[in-house]
Design a protein around this ligand. Structure first.
Ligand code: OSB
Ligand code: MG
Length: 373
């Protein structure tokens, strides 16, 4: 067995602005797990260059993966679907670093799919053949530009629109979108830009019929989310606050949210994601799959996960051309019909890798070989 870590630099079509900064370029850690056969499994790490969304970065993930996680898998073997759960278990000795763990864990699942020729969606327990899609829209400076942009997305068929908000860019743009598109499924994502003291300001949004407000308060603050949810009619969705199945249980118990944004890359991978899915179903929480500007590889994984029955709302799993001129998979992710994506029965994403695009964007490459025992 071999693990190959590649670092890629991919240009985003447009800069994307959130309450914590601007993304210009996608800094990608791409993991490849190669079996003896040899078959290859792939996954990407969703950590970003700066520690603003959470504390991980591309560099810390590279360090944790190389120094601590890869050595943990050398002695492992995966012969059945049940064995895949042992990867998550093996990583438990390393605290947090869920994004680093997810990248390697998901590459192992993907390698298993390739090795045993089983569709990744089926391995995960997926049932849907097609999934609905929404879009995430960054913070804008111009209201007229925002309205034009969203009009364009609605025309393309996106089934719901999520607007990034922050104090000073919240009620006014949301109200303008609500007037222009009265029946649009609209939601707001604050990326932790508010405090509990802002409850009255957030309460104003109740009049706009938003499907939800995502992550209004601090990542560590499940308690205050529960207090805020008690004051708001708009359902709260948690993103940054959810790093594990245990966090979902706590949030459900406290009434901190009614919706979960699940990103497998943020919670340590596929096994944890399946557990979170099941907890949401058992507790009547709505569930959808978020995004982290993934390349096609992460996109295909998110789509496969979204085929599980408990995903109740459109995700941020937009087609490749939302962010990239050219993707590293071929064909790229496209709508199967406006607003929908098909869940392809891929036996791992290796079927779709575009090596020429990977080589074109590759900045560095590290090869780790299983030591002789
Ligand atoms: O908060 O959901 C978020 C992107 C990077 C980090 C955090 C978030 C996002 C997005 C974009 O909202 C989702 C996407 O289209 O990939
Ligand atoms: Mg979010």
């Amino acid at each position: 067995m071999k693990v190959i870590v590649r670092r890629l630099a991919m240009k985003l079509r447009q800069p994307f602005v959130t309450s914590y900064g601007v993304e210009q370029e996608k800094d990608v850690l791409l993991l490849e797990v190669q079996t003896e056969t040899p078959k290859s499994g792939f996954a990407e790490c969703v950590a970003m260059p700066s520690p603003y969304y959470n504390e991980e970065t591309t560099e810390t993930a590279l360090y944790i993966i190389s120094k601590f996680l890869i050595p943990l898998i050398w002695r492992m073997e995966w012969q059945s679907r049940e064995d895949l759960w042992t990867t998550r278990f093996a990583f438990r000795s390393v605290r947090h670093h869920e994004m680093a763990k997810a990248a390697l864990e998901m590459a192992v699942w993907d390698a298993f799919a390739a090795e045993y020729q089983q569709p990744i969606s089926q391995l995960l327990g997926g049932v849907k053949k097609e999934i609905p899609v929404g879009i995430s829209v960054g913070i804008e400076t111009s209201l007229s530009h925002l309205l034009k942009q969203v009009g364009n997305y609605v025309e393309q068929g996106y089934q719901r629109v999520k607007l990034k908000i922050q104090p000073g860019w919240d009620y006014v743009p949301l109200q303008a979108l609500r007037s222009a598109f009265p029946r649009l499924q609209l939601l707001a994502d604050a990326n932790s830009a508010y405090r509990l003291e802002d409850a009255e300001q957030l309460k104003q949004l109740d009049s706009l019929g938003l499907v939800m407000i995502e992550q209004p308060l601090e990542p560590d603050d499940i308690l205050h989310h529960a207090q805020l949810q008690a004051k708001l009619d708009t359902p709260i969705c948690l993103d940054e606050s959810i790093r594990s199945a245990s966090d979902v249980k706590k949030a459900a118990e406290m009434g901190a949210c009614k919706v979960i944004n699940l990103k497998p890359g943020r919670v340590g991978g596929f096994a944890e994601s399946i557990e979170i899915h099941n907890i949401c179903v058992d507790n009547g929480l709505e569930l959808w799959c978020g995004g982290m500007f993934e390349t096609g590889i992460g996109r295909l994984h998110n789509i496969a996960l979204t085929s599980l029955p408990g995903f109740t709302l459109p995700g941020d799993t937009s087609p490749s051309d939302r962010y990239f001129e050219r993707d590293i998979i071929n064909p790229p992710v496209v709508f199967s019909r406006p607003g929908f994506l098909s869940v392809d029965p891929l036996v791992g994403v290796q079927e779709r890798i575009d090596w020429s695009e990977i080589e074109r964007s590759q900045v560095s490459k590290y090869v780790f070989e299983r030591p002789e025992i």
